[in-house]
Write a protein that binds this ligand. Structure first.
Ligand SMILES: Cc1ncc(COP(=O)(O)O)c(C=O)c1O
Length: 428
């Protein structure tokens, strides 16, 4: 196994310098010291993103003016749109659809395709999708009288097999929606290969990929993946709440969609945009590019961003490996008696830093509470929640504790989590 397969850690000093850029990374001001290992539910906030959002919100000016402060504010929307499309999505064309949440953007994009494309008798998604992606496809299948098809998950790996997906796609499939990475198992899907194989069956198919959970862990590349739609949520990506960003390809922009009649097809924004949200996202992009610049020399923003995400990914893989295997001092999850890692797999190159686990003999909600008492914030994803029922059941589980640290955490944080797990397991 080479280094990359087990990840590559940042130096301690560099990791600490990154963590220092996040708000409340180690402690909540009222609840005290805690490890925030619930980044899948909403990630640690980058201080610069929060600050710039607050600064810009102070100005009363309309961000659509051609002079003065209003003009300055308009730059965040124009430059931010370009930055998000080109740097985060890696798009060379297409448009940016913005909504209050990533879920809304998914419904908007899927609805546009499903209601305007007149051919096709079915649409396909998977049992692992977040409700926003799954339900958008189901809703519009019902609306347009198409067959709704759901690909089952691989219960052993926690992912989706390309061959299995292709059994559900045929020449009459109008749309295929497969997430870039699972928010429960952490599995990364091979979107590029999925899109390629689906287009072999039907070259006109629309490919949609929910990248909400993958975006904070690795680079998105809509061109390389060959997708028409992909989205992310800044609040899960070091940024702020209150917006969802979605890439839509040229051919989706060309379909009739909600827009002002006299605006270009690529302008999906309705009403006055929020410059502060764009500025906050640009602060996140700056941060990732600075990580890239720590490792390579380049003046190209996308190149720096891709390198930054690659380094983040390697750091997270190394943390994941340590969490699973442990050290001589503290056993990893795979080796703690009574601890269970669900849908575990040897090859960590197919995992983001999200672990589904449990401890035999403890209810999931009680286990989350015990972790909290040990100073660790995690969350249980259960079959009693409408957000996770279908997903956990499709993995053959009743539920799981979802453990999701971030690249800015260090090995000391992982060890603290492992010691707490061992302590809790020993008291059962
Ligand atoms: C994979 C995935 N997609 C979509 C969403 C929805 O994001 P939002 O809350 O911005 O609608 C989530 C949120 O948990 C998610 O995990």
């Amino acid at each position: 196994m080479n280094n990359e397969e087990r990840g590559i850690l940042f130096s301690d000093e560099y990791q600490k310098s990154l963590k220092a850029q996040f708000c409340y990374a180690d402690a909540d001001p009222e609840h005290g010291e805690r490890l925030f290992f619930e980044n899948s539910g909403g990630s640690l906030r980058l201080r610069k993103a929060v600050e710039v959002k607050a600064q810009i919100e102070e100005f009363p000016d309309c961000p659509e003016r051609v002079r003065g402060r209003g003009y300055e504010l308009s730059h965040y929307v124009a430059d931010g749109t370009k930055d998000i499309l080109e740097t985060v999505f890696g798009a060379k064309s297409g448009g940016l659809l913005t909504e209050l949440t990533a879920s809304q953007s998914m419904f908007q994009a899927v609805g546009t395709i499903m209601t305007n494309v007149k051919w096709g008798t079915n649409a396909v998604t998977s049992s692992l999708e977040h409700p926003s992606a799954h339900d958008a496809v189901e809703f519009y299948c019902t609306q347009t009288g198409r067959e709704f098809r759901v690909v089952p998950a691989n219960k052993t790996t926690g992912g989706l097999d390309v061959d299995e997906i292709m059994k559900y796609v045929d020449k009459d499939t109008v749309l295929l929606s497969i997430m870039a990475a699972s928010n429960i198992s952490g599995n990364i899907m091979d979107i590029k290969e999925i899109a390629r194989r689906a287009k072999e069956i039907n070259p006109e198919i629309y490919i949609v990929s929910d990248a909400v959970q993958h975006a904070p862990h690795a680079a998105i590349d809509v061109e390389d993946w060959g997708v028409d739609v992909s989205n992310f949520a800044p609040y899960k990506f070091f940024g702020v709440r209150g917006c969802g960003f979605c890439y839509v390809s040229d051919r989706v922009c060309a379909l009739p969609h909600h827009k002002l009649i006299h605006k270009d097809d690529h302008v999906w924004a309705l009403g006055t945009p929020t410059p502060a949200n764009f500025a906050a996202m640009m602060a996140v992009i700056d941060y990732v590019c600075e990580i890239g610049a720590h490792f390579i020399d380049s003046t190209d923003r996308r190149t720096l961003y891709v390198e930054g995400m690659h380094r983040i990914h390697l750091q997270e893989r190394a943390l994941l490996y340590r969490m699973l295997e442990g050290t001589d001092e503290v056993p990893g999850l795979r080796h703690i008696e009574k601890a269970e890692v669900y849908v575990d797999m040897e090859d960590l190159t197919y995992k983001d830093l999200i672990v589904a686990m449990g401890i035999k003999g403890i209810e999931f909600a009680d286990l989350s509470q015990k972790y909290l008492e040990h100073g660790i914030t995690v969350f249980e994803r259960l079959n009693t929640s409408p957000y996770s029922k279908r997903i956990v059941e499709s993995l053959g589980l009743e539920g799981a504790i979802r453990v999701s640290p971030l690249h800015c955490h260090g090995t000391d944080d992982i060890d603290k989590f492992l010691k707490a797990t061992k302590d809790i397991a020993e008291t059962v």
